[in-house]
Design a protein around this ligand. Structure first.
Ligand code: GUN
Length: 296
């Protein structure tokens, strides 16, 4: 069997078109558009490329976008003052501080200074708590887990009563996606197991999964014999395993041995072109939601 490919690149296109349409309607009806500020401290090449893509995507959705780049040596106090300014700017609905921050800045302090109602990354403890409570409490879902859930739903995978196994327990992927899949609601109602580096028999747990979500950061960790035939496999891993000498670009590999796994899984995400492209689309979705909530 060859699995059906769940393309993040394709789903992202659809989602961004849906967002653009809503933005056009908001503009016509309310004379307003969602506003996003991206704050980049310093000039690390990886962060610059992420932020550039976020800015480009926001503009393509018709958002009001402020790219607020700051020097590497900005003081913590000045950065906190900048966040306060945007917390009080009614035209800004989403504040994104690109991580990592330089060592002299306490990133927890900075993330906690963002108004939780403008925290479109959903990293603030208030939003983490809201996610735990679930239902109407939830303002924003963290972007990568939200992208994973969208891919599961839009690929037509049944989640209600499904056995979901999440490999990895990070704060930004493993823990929140496990909580989201176990909640009541559409694209959820699953029975969830979290496995990690101290789990005794990783393979046995993975083999039970109707939906296997892998966010471990270990290339080719999941072997084909760990996959239940017909399962939906979501590979969150983005591992740089070398450099293409011709193009000078990094060679990326997921946490799942894709070529072998696609012969056993029912549906599978590729790397690259899977979960990665979804994350920024979800950031746009959160910013639109914030703008809609601000209209009352
Ligand atoms: N750095 C790498 N990924 C992310 C992300 O999702 N949000 C922020 N703010 N910084 C990042």
């Amino acid at each position: 069997m060859t699995a059906e490919l769940i393309s993040g690149t394709e789903i992202r296109k659809t989602i961004l078109a849906e967002i653009k349409e809503e933005v056009d309607q908001m503009k016509e009806k309310h004379g307003k558009v969602p506003g996003l500020v991206t704050i980049l401290v310093g000039s690390s090449p990886a962060s610059v490329s992420y932020v550039t893509l976020k800015v480009k995507t926001a503009i393509s959705c018709g958002f009001h976008e402020i790219q607020d780049d700051q020097p590497e040596d900005i003081s913590e106090a000045d950065l906190l003052a900048l966040i306060d300014k945007y917390n009080n700017d009614p035209d800004i609905h989403g504040i994104l501080v690109q991580l990592p921050l330089p060592k002299h800045i306490d990133d927890k302090k900075v993330l906690n200074a963002i108004n939780p109602d403008k925290d479109v990354d959903a990293f603030h403890p208030v939003n983490v708590g809201r996610l735990m409570i679930g239902g109407d409490e939830v303002k924003f879902l963290p972007c990568t887990p939200a992208g994973i859930q969208e891919m599961i739903v839009r690929s037509g995978t049944e989640t209600s009563g499904a056995e979901v196994v999440v490999v990895g327990r990070s704060n930004i992927v493993g823990k929140p996606i496990a909580m989201m899949m176990a909640q009541k609601g559409v694209g959820a109602n699953a029975t969830v197991t979290i496995v990690h580096t101290r789990t005794k028999d990783l393979a046995a747990h993975c083999k039970r999964a109707d939906i296997l979500i892998v966010a471990a950061g270990v290339p080719d960790l999941v072997k084909p014999e760990w996959i239940k035939p017909g399962a939906t496999v979501i590979d969150v891993g983005v591992n740089r395993v070398g450099m293409n000498e011709k193009t000078g670009k990094a060679i990326l590999k997921g946490d799942v041995d894709f070529d072998a796994a696609k012969e056993i899984a029912g549906k599978i995400t590729p790397v690259p072109g899977g979960v990665g492209p979804m994350t920024i689309a979800m950031l746009m979705k959160n910013t639109l939601r914030s703008a809609k909530l601000s209209l009352g």
